[in-house]
Write a protein that binds this ligand. Structure first.
Ligand code: HEM
Length: 384
């Protein structure tokens, strides 16, 4: 456990600490990877480039491009969808609508934790992330705790590593069954309710745009992966860092919300949940891998000791707190402010629990699709 003072002394002695907990396995040698911050940002900002990550090839082969999830669209149609959905992420909407929901859900989770004397952090953060993203999307007709469990099972289906034909077939069938359960229990009731009365949410907007039930299900899964799963991993990672560093936890407790968010952005910079973004140019199938970990560790952008957790670091001009952890350019994450607010509010309450401590650090596995970490079994304990 390293204190801030020890960090500074290390630095004066000329040795930079490396505070990262998630380090990527070596990239595939067949892939052209970009790790320079400026080059990576320029590619992400180039709106002639196409999405080539998150199985974009499969979406292109099987889907109707007009109704593809927002992550896979490009050009004018993508711009229109972003403009139309921007209202769900406007700062005014976040503070008027979602802040109250985040506080309510965080209070509920912390009350349960106090009552039980402890709990699983990864499960708590998933419940929080699901309930808030569900409100944005419009998946509000079912209990968000049960939906979190259904989505967890769906995303736990391992379809990334090839096995043999029988195992692959079993996984495929299992994945389809879990998808069907999510559709029947959560998505279909929400669509039916919004066909009758539209609300201020993504599903209502998609109905106005003529999306089919199937296309809406795919967009809901995009939000689930982009908004729920990512936020769960990040909150668990941030809590792990804070609970292991008393000086940083004290600073977080004493800080106002903007400073708390700055600390969280620094943790996310160091530990990006999505470690690789991919793009290809319009007429070329070769993909470029953008190595977010390398770009976020580029000292030209992040200053000295780029792998040290330092909320006071001086970044180069026009380099934001989380670096490229929320992407950049046309596909930059629209949910960034919501995710940071969720983390700031929940962790503020968590660190206020008397005697809160990490009982069991999470086990970390690796998701090769996004070069991201998955943290499970993180147990915290509160004093009686
Ligand atoms: C810590 C949490 C989060 C992280 C690390 C994260 C990360 C990202 C990244 C890196 C992208 C860009 C993908 C690319 O350029 O190819 C993205 C896009 C996206 N994110 Fe997030 N995200 C988070 C939370 C959220 C939340 C809370 C929501 C909504 C409820 C959300 C919704 C989306 C959507 C819809 C896109 C696609 C945007 C587009 O393609 O135009 N994300 N996210």
């Amino acid at each position: 456990m390293q204190t801030l003072v020890e960090d500074i002394l290390d630095d004066e002695a000329g040795s930079c600490t490396d505070d990262r907990r998630s380090e990527a396995p070596a990239a595939s040698p067949c892939e052209h990877a970009v790790g320079d911050y400026g080059d990576a940002r320029a590619i992400l900002r180039d709106d002639t480039m196409r999405q080539a990550g998150f199985r974009a090839d499969m979406i292109e082969r099987f889907g109707d491009a007009r109704f593809a999830p927002i992550l896979f669209q490009h050009g004018e149609r993508h711009r229109r969808q972003r403009a139309a959905t921007a209202r769900f992420f406007a700062p005014r909407v976040i503070s008027n609508r979602y802040r109250a929901s985040i506080e309510q859900e965080a209070d509920l989770l912390i009350a349960e934790l106090r009552n039980d004397g402890g709990g699983r952090l990864d499960q708590m953060s998933m419940r929080l992330a699901v309930s808030i993203a569900a409100e944005i999307v419009g998946l509000t007709k079912t209990d968000s705790q049960a939906m979190a469990a259904r989505l967890d099972r769906f995303f736990a289906t391992d379809v990334t590593s090839p096995a043999n034909a029988a195992v692959d077939l079993f996984r495929f069938v299992q994945g389809q069954a879990r998808l069907l359960r999510f559709f029947v229990a959560d998505v279909r009731p929400a669509i039916r309710a919004r066909r009758k009365v539209r609300q201020e949410d993504v599903i209502s907007h998609l109905l106005d745009e003529g999306y089919s039930d199937r296309a809406i299900l795919t967009e809901c899964l995009t939000y689930a992966a982009a908004g729920m799963v990512t936020t769960r991993e990040f909150i668990t990672m941030a809590a792990w860092h804070l609970l292991d560093r008393p000086a940083l936890a004290d600073r977080f407790r004493d800080a106002d919300e903007p400073e708390r968010i700055a600390i969280l952005e620094e943790i996310l910079r160091l530990e990006p949940v999505v470690g690789t973004l991919r793009r290809r140019s319009e007429n070329d199938s070769a993909t470029v891998a953008i190595d977010i970990r390398a770009a976020n560790g580029d000292s030209a952008a992040m200053g000295q000791c780029p792998h040290r957790l330092d909320p006071d670091r001086t970044r180069a001009e026009r380099v934001g707190g989380p670096g490229l952890a929320f992407g950049d350019g046309p596909h930059r994450c629209p949910g960034a402010s919501v995710a940071m607010l969720e983390a700031a509010i929940f962790l503020d309450r968590l660190l206020a629990v008397p005697g809160i401590a990490l009982e069991k650090a999470p086990t970390m596995t690796w998701n090769p699709l996004v070069s991201g970490y998955e943290l499970r079994g993180c147990v915290v304990r509160a004093s009686a």
